[in-house]
Design a protein around this ligand. Structure first.
Ligand SMILES: *Cc1c(COP(=O)(O)O)cnc(C)c1O
Length: 360
């Protein structure tokens, strides 16, 4: 049976090598006589899986020792509430940069726990560009500034880390986690749901600077209390063991592929090819300002919306899966995460050219 090229935004395609390893381990993980799903999270076997995953992630991202790495449940959306509850204990003010659907949801949720302010927004231009730096209104008393480096739905990305002075920067990196090297020391908190670029659904990685561990509101739920989870090795409750293990295999795959410098070159090349194919044609179009285009999620519109259904049906038949754009943007979206092979991009471009030749 052939595997399709899966362009889903998430849960998303995983590296074949990771799936094959999981398959080989399924009935008997390294002589344990059982699968990873069946073992105690406190036993030696799973402890080694968990610790190796963290060590490999630290190696990939060069995470400084002054940061804790947590593996939590509840998804990235859970962090929309965990972040304010963990950081708004001293000052209940926070600034949010609104650049797409996910940051909009994040600020709304944070408003339940404090004064979550929209410091800048590009909603007036349908998130086709970033709000210019000179329009940002940052608060002096903000506990943190929250932003979404890569907006999964709009395909809008910050080309560089925003400078927020001494105010800790919090990033929802879900759809660009491990897509390219990153200077972790520029961030107070980085969080990411694994199911976009780092593993299956069910586990959320939170990287938090240790000096921020004492700012929680007293009502923060125990399982979302970063300080307690850091102390307890992310095991205050039974963690999402199998997802943690698969994320660990994905980190190992990335190291084997040469790490983040190497995957970032591939990602850049894949994205450039696809954007070039879109820009060269009068039949396809990407609405995002060139300097802020995502290398992970590439939305594109057809000149004639009436052809959307045919495009999707024929793409599916050609083994190109889940290209339908989010309903708020329309058209198509190709999510081209780390695990999407370059051959998948080539196949998509070939299909797009052929479809244009027949319908353009
Ligand atoms: C998918 C996504 C989320 C939501 O993730 P869940 O794990 O489903 O809660 C949040 N932020 C961004 C940027 C995403 O891409």
């Amino acid at each position: 049976m052939a595997r399709v090229y899966n362009f889903s935004a998430g849960p998303a395609t995983l590296p074949r090598a990771v799936l094959e390893q999981a398959q080989a381990d399924m009935l008997d993980w390294q002589g344990a006589g059982m699968s990873v799903m069946e073992m105690s999270h406190r036993g030696e076997a799973f402890m080694s899986i968990a610790q190796n995953a963290e060590a490999d992630l630290r190696r990939l991202l060069k995470v400084p020792d002054s940061y804790s790495v947590l593996f939590l449940q509840g998804g990235a959306a859970g962090q929309f509430s965990a972040v304010p509850q963990n950081l708004m204990g001293n000052s209940a003010v926070a600034d949010y940069l609104i650049t797409g659907s996910w940051s909009k949801k994040a600020v709304k949720e944070a408003g339940k726990y404090g004064d979550a302010r929209v410091a800048a927004s590009s909603e007036d231009i349908s998130f086709t560009d970033l709000p210019p730096r000179n329009s940002w209104q940052l608060s002096d008393d903000a506990a943190y500034v929250h932003y979404t480096p890569n907006e999964t739905i709009q395909g809008l990305a910050f080309p560089e880390t925003p400078d927020t002075g001494d105010t800790p920067l919090v990033a929802d990196l879900s759809s660009a986690f491990l897509a390219e090297p990153l200077d972790v020391s520029q961030y107070g908190i980085i969080y990411a749901g694994a199911q976009k670029n780092a593993g299956p659904a069910g586990i959320t990685i939170v990287i938090v600077r240790n000096d921020l561990l004492d700012q929680a509101q007293s009502t923060v739920p125990m399982t979302w209390d970063y300080a307690q989870q850091a102390d307890g090795g992310s095991m205050l409750n039974t963690p999402s063991c199998f997802a943690w293990y698969i994320a660990g295999l994905t980190f190992r795959w990335l190291l084997d592929e040469g790490g983040l410098e190497s995957i970032s070159n591939v990602n850049q090349r894949k994205a450039n090819k696809l954007y070039q194919a879109i820009d060269e044609s009068a039949f396809y179009r990407n609405p995002v300002a060139e300097h802020a285009r995502s290398i992970m999620n590439v939305p594109f519109l057809l000149a004639n919306d009436d052809l959307n259904k045919t495009f999707l049906a024929e793409a599916e038949e050609a083994g190109l899966h889940a290209l339908k754009g989010h309903r708020s943007v329309g058209g198509m979206r190709a999510s081209i995460y780390n695990a999407m092979p370059e051959a998948g991009i080539d196949a998509l471009i070939d299909f797009m050219r052929d479809f244009e030749a027949r319908n353009g």
